[in-house]
Design a protein around this ligand. Structure first.
Ligand code: ADP
Length: 323
């Protein structure tokens, strides 16, 4: 067993519901094995500043149900520089931290991988992002909650859309990936989903709107859509369909907040425990992932290098269901 006496845990990059549940699991996993654990506040920014806080089992009581992250999160340009990482190393050394668990996305894992090559401090990653766009895991922490938030919001918009016979373009998050748009679209019965992974969807949308006479429709637009944002696409559609009452709704940051779903709490709990197990198993520079409901280890360089692909069958399902 490696000689790990103190672990640092941090949340980094974009926040996601369920990050607290993961912090809790890492803290309790460490304490269970007799390892001290400190929280690192505000991601790599706090690591550089030595913003550490000792964590006891009580400190993580009552947080499993809370959205956001009690440790705070940030983006740090300084950590991208050798000088910044040297400062971070010195701060970790001063505190006696000999391993870290970082909860975040591919940017956070990139930083962790670089740092671990420069300094002999193992890092384990836990996938935390609402976008579900990380290679090597079926789910990321926060995705299920965000999906449910979108579904609830779209259902509400659908009520008013159908009462007034309006055509709504609803923009959802997901960065360069269409997971949230595609899955919530199927779950809400949206008439179309415009996603970054597919080209030339606008022709198909126009053809769809022409061939059916219903005026109330919900079109979900992923924020990374190559055709532009919901507002831009809606402007173009208005030109061609003057008799449609076109409206736009950008769901925005409400998608990031809220109490994590049962699935995200469960996932975060399992991944947090698995991250500590991985450290005890002498692993480093890997992400713990969840594939076919089981824990997997994925090297950082793989999860950073490869893109997670959409299941193309779902596109056909969406087409069939909006026929
Ligand atoms: P996410 O982890 O959600 O993808 P970011 O891409 O913002 O979020 O990355 C989080 C942080 O990880 C950055 O603010 C930076 O401190 C660190 N990071 C990202 N890329 C690198 C890199 N190439 N080198 C060092 N650190 C990096």
């Amino acid at each position: 067993m490696p000689n790990i006496r103190k672990v640092g845990v941090l949340t980094s990059g974009g926040d996601a519901p369920g990050m607290n549940a993961a912090v809790r699991a890492v803290v309790r996993g460490c304490l269970y094995h007799g390892i001290e654990v400190v929280g690192i506040r505000r991601g790599y920014k706090g690591m550089i500043a030595g913003d550490f806080i000792p964590m006891s089992t009580k400190d993580v009581a009552n947080i499993i149900q809370r959205g956001g992250t009690i440790l705070g999160t940030a983006r740090s340009m300084e950590f991208k520089t050798e000088e910044g990482r040297k400062k971070a190393y010195n701060a970790l050394q001063n505190e006696g931290i000999d391993a870290c668990v970082v909860i975040g996305g591919d940017g956070s894992f990139t930083g962790a991988g670089i740092f671990s090559k420069e300094y002999d401090i193992p890092f384990i990653g836990i996938p935390g992002t609402i976008d579900n766009d990380l290679y090597g895991t079926d789910y990321t922490i926060g995705y299920d909650t965000a999906l449910n938030t979108v579904v609830e919001a779209v259902d509400r918009i659908r009520d008013t859309a159908s009462s007034h016979e309006r055509l709504f373009f609803i923009e959802v998050m997901g960065r360069g990936a269409g997971f949230i748009a595609l899955h919530s679209g199927i779950a809400t019965g949206a008439e179309a989903m415009l996603i970054p992974e597919i080209d030339h969807q606008e022709e198909g949308l126009h053809a769809y709107l022409k061939r059916q006479d219903k005026k109330s429709n919900i079109i979900l637009v992923a924020e990374g859509c190559k055709m532009g944002g919901a507002a831009e696409i809606a402007e173009r559609v208005k030109e061609d369909f003057k008799d449609h009452d076109v409206r736009v709704n950008v769901l925005g940051h409400m998608q990031r907040g809220g109490s994590p779903s049962a699935f995200d709490r469960f996932l975060a709990s399992r991944l947090g425990v698995a991250a500590v197990d991985a450290l005890l198993d002498n692993q480093r520079s890997i992400m713990v992932g969840f594939v076919n409901h089981d824990i997997v280890h994925v090297p950082f360089n793989k999860t950073i290098k490869f893109n997670r692909n959409l299941n193309r069958i779902l596109l056909e399902v969406a087409d069939i269901l909006s026929y």
